[in-house]
Design a protein around this ligand. Sequence first.
Ligand code: MSP
Length: 712
Amino acid sequence: MNQFLMTFYITTPIYYANSLPHLGHLYTMIVADTIARQRRQQGIETFFLTGTDEHGINIERAAQRQGRTPQEQADYVVNYFTKMTAAFGLDTAHGGFDIFMRTTKPFHAEGVSELWRRIAKAKTPKGKDALYKGHYEGWFCAACAEYKTEDEYAKPTVDDEPPTCLIHDTKLDRISEESYFFRLSAYDEALLKLYERADFVRPEARRNEVKSFVAGGLQDLSVSRLKTSVSWGVPVPDDPNHTMYVWFDALTNYITAIGFGNEQQNRAVGFEKFWPALHLVGKDILRFHAVYWPAFLMAAGVEQPRGIYAHGMWLDPNGRKMSKTLGNTIELDVLNRYFSTDAIRYFCLREMVFGQDGRFGYENLIDRTNSDLASGLGNLSSRTLTMIQRYCGGLVPSGFISDEGRLPAKRAGVETETTAVSNFVEHARDEFIRHFENFAFSRALEEAWGIVARTDKMISDAKPWDLAKDPAQVQTLNAVLYRAAESLRWLCVLLYPVIPNSSREIFKQLGIDADSASTDPKNLAWGELIPGTRIDEVKPLFPRIDKKKTMDEIKEQQSEASDQRSAQPNDGRTSPPVSESSPADAAGSGQHATEADAVPGVTYIDISDFAKIDLRVGEVKTAERIPKADKLLLITVDIGEEQPRQILAGIAQYYEPEKLIGRKIVVVSNLKPRKLRGYESQGMLLAASIGEEGKPVIATFMEDVPNGARLK
Ligand code: MSP
C-alpha cells in the first residue's frame, strides 16, 4: 500500500520565543489542527507539529531585557503557549498537535548537525562545494554589538559617510566577519524546476512571486555567525567558533522532530513514515520555506516537502495591520474569556479566504457567532431535537412515507421522495470535501450552511407544530423530523474538523454512539440514523452573545491595557515585549484582600500588587540640567531596551549631572509617562529620602549587574 496515502504530516511555523503568542499564531494552529482532524477522521495516521523557535540574537536580547537567561526566556514563553493551546483545545490532550517542538531539545541539535554535515559534503549541480567559508560583511554598531540591516540604520545624508545606528545615533563600522556560506546561487534552476509542481507552493499567486524572486537570481546565503557575535544557537559541527544561522536551525526542526538524525526520536515518531510534510506558513515567511529550505534539502539529498501553503495576514476591521501601538490587536486571553473555541475556529475559517488577508474584529466575531452558530446551526439542532422530544416521545422517528401517506404529505407541501433531500445533502457533502481539499475552507463552510438553510426552510414550510395536531399527518411529521435529524448528523460529520466540540455534542444529543471524529464524511450514507434511537437531553450549543454588553466589557479592558502600554513607551521593536502577566495571572489579580486580612496601622499589599511594579536596573547614559528648572535633571537611562529612556528626576540640587553618567540605578519602568516642563518622563528613578528636607540618595548596586535586570 502506498505509504504516502496512509500517513500525513502537517506543520505550523515554530514561533519565536521572544514574545507571547497572538492571534496570528493561534490562526495557523487552528488551520493545521482542522486539517489534521479531517485527515484523522478519514482514518489517515496523522502527525501535527507546532512549537517554538528558541535560538538567536533576538531571544538572547529579549531574555536580557527580562532579566532571564535565554533558556528561562524560552521556558517562560513555552509555558504561556502550553496554557494557551490547552485553553483553545489545540494540545495533545484535546486531540490537537502531536508534538510541541522546541529547538532547544537535544535531539534537535543532533539532527541539525547531521543536516549540516551532509550539506558540507555535498556538491552543487555544477560540482562546486555547497558550503564554503567566506566573509560576511555588514554595518556593525559597536554599542549594540551587532550588525544592522537596512531598516535598522539611517542612511547617510552625505555620500561616503557611514550610516548611523537608529538606537545610538552613532556611526556604524564596516566590519567583515568569517562566516559559512551556503551556495544558494547554484540552486536556481533546480528550484525553478521544483516550482513546476503546481502543488508545491500555493496559492498560485504566491507561487508566481516565489518563481520570479528565484528567476531574478539568488545570492549565496550566510549560514553562520561567529560565536562571539551570536552564542545562543547550535554550534557548527567541527567548528564550534561558529553558531548556525537561526533559520537553518529553525527550518530543520520539521525533520528533526520526526527523527532525522536521531535514532531515538526516529523510533518514537518515524522520519520515513511521515516525511514529507505539508507546511502552513504566513506569506511573510514564505521565502524561507519555499526557497532556502528546499535548497538545503536538495543539497542534503533529502526529499522535498509535500507542499507549502502560504496564508494571508489578519488585519483589523479597518484593514490596518494589527499592532500593539495602534491598540488594535486581538488578545488571546480576551478571546478565550468571551468566546467558545468552536466559535473562534469557525470564524477564523469562515472569515478568511485562505491565502488572502482577512479582517478580525470582536464585533464581527460576535455577529458571526450569533447569526451562523446561535441562530443557524444551534437553532436548527435545538428545534429539531426539541420537536423529536415533544412529538415523538424522544425517539428518532422513521422517515418512511407509505403509499397511503403520500397524499397527506403532498397536501402539506412535503416532498414524498427522500431522494429530494438526500441528493441535495450528498451534493453539498461532495462540494464541501472538494473545497476543503483545496484549502477553500470558507467555501466549504458555505456549502455546509447551505444544508442548514435548506433544512431550516423545510421545517418552517412543513410546520411540524401544525402537523402534530393532525393524526393523518403522523408519517409526514415523522419524515420531516427524521430528515432534519439525519441532515444534522451529516452536518456534524462534515463540521467535526472545524467545530469539534459542538459536533460531538450534537452527536451525543442525537443519541448516536459513534464518534463524529472518526466517521469519514466520504462514507456517509443517507438513512443510517437508526429510527428508534433515544435522543439525549437537549442543551443549548451556542448561547447568543449580548453584543453591547460584551463589547463594553472588551473595550474597558482594552483601555486598561492601553493605559498599561503607554506606561511602557514603545521601544520600536516590531514584536511586543513579553508581558509579565499571563491570562492566568490576570485572573488572579482580580482578587481583593478581605477585611480580615487588614492589620491596623499597616497597609499590606499583595505579592500581585508588588508584581505590578516593574523595577529595572538602568545605566545613566546622559544627564543635563534643564533651563529654568533648578530642581530637575534630564537623564537618559539604558534599561536594556533598544533605546535609552528619558527620565526627569528632581535631584538637580544634590547631584552634579556629569557625576551620574555610567552610574547604575533603579528605574520604575512601567510608570505612566508624563510631561514635565515640556519633556516627557518615561519612568522614575528610585532614591531614599533623607531628613526633613527629603534629600535624595540614589539607590545603586555594589555588584556588577546587567542593564534591564529585573528587581524582584
Ligand atoms: N520563527 C519564525 C518561523 C520559523 S519556522 C521554521 C517566525 N516566528 S513568528 O513568531 O514571527 O511567527 C510567525 C508566524 O505568525 C508567521 O507564519 C506569520 O505569518 C504569523 N503571523 C504573524 N502575524 C500575523 C497576522 N496578523 N495574521 C496572520 N498570521 C500572522 O517567523
